[in-house]
Design a protein around this ligand. Sequence first.
Ligand code: NI
Ligand code: MN
Length: 223
Amino acid sequence: MFRLNIEFLGHSCFLIQADSHIVLTDPFLTGNPSAATKPEDVRPTHILVSHAHDDHMGDAKAIAKANGATVYSTFDICQSFQEEGIAIEGGNIGGKLPADFGSVKLVPAIHSSGLPGGIACGFVIEIAGKKIYFAGDTALFVDMALLAGENIDIAMLPIGDYFTMGPGDAAEAVKLIKPQHVIPMHYNTFPPIAQDPQKFKKLVESKSDARVTVLQPGDEASF
Ligand code: NI
Ligand code: MN
């Protein structure tokens, strides 16, 4: 089994790497004051876009074109990529999409989409024998409890508040999802979403068995 390496590039952008597979989530590097790298220095094979807000879709088209990467998202969002000749896997909520590294399942998120008539989503990513839940931008909702049946190894959860769950609701989400590990995201990029991730870590680890890995932009962890 290949080792899974996760690098945090800032905001909700992660590089998830196993063997030759490099999966990039919600690329927002241009205009992101906390970005750990430049779009031209990222070389993904796959790009996951949770919704069409600029702080998630920002550099997706440019990076996809430069690397011939396949974009995974909802059908509605994928259409605008396809029009520009980018390879896509466009599904919808509840669907598990095939990937050469495993699979990508589109799961609900409670958030606006940034695209008229569209819908925001999260992802359950199967890669290197592990399951990652990437929540995207979302509120806390009770159906997250269904993810406990997925046996999630790593949950990437927004904690910034204002546009998404804050730390308290994200800690409640951990109790529903029951992952082994949690990585907080979507905080400290801009003043309205300033949070102390170490306080979140203490809160989660006092309420659940999950371990929280706090990554600064540019940090990586192996699982
Ligand atoms: Ni958003
Ligand atoms: Mn956002």
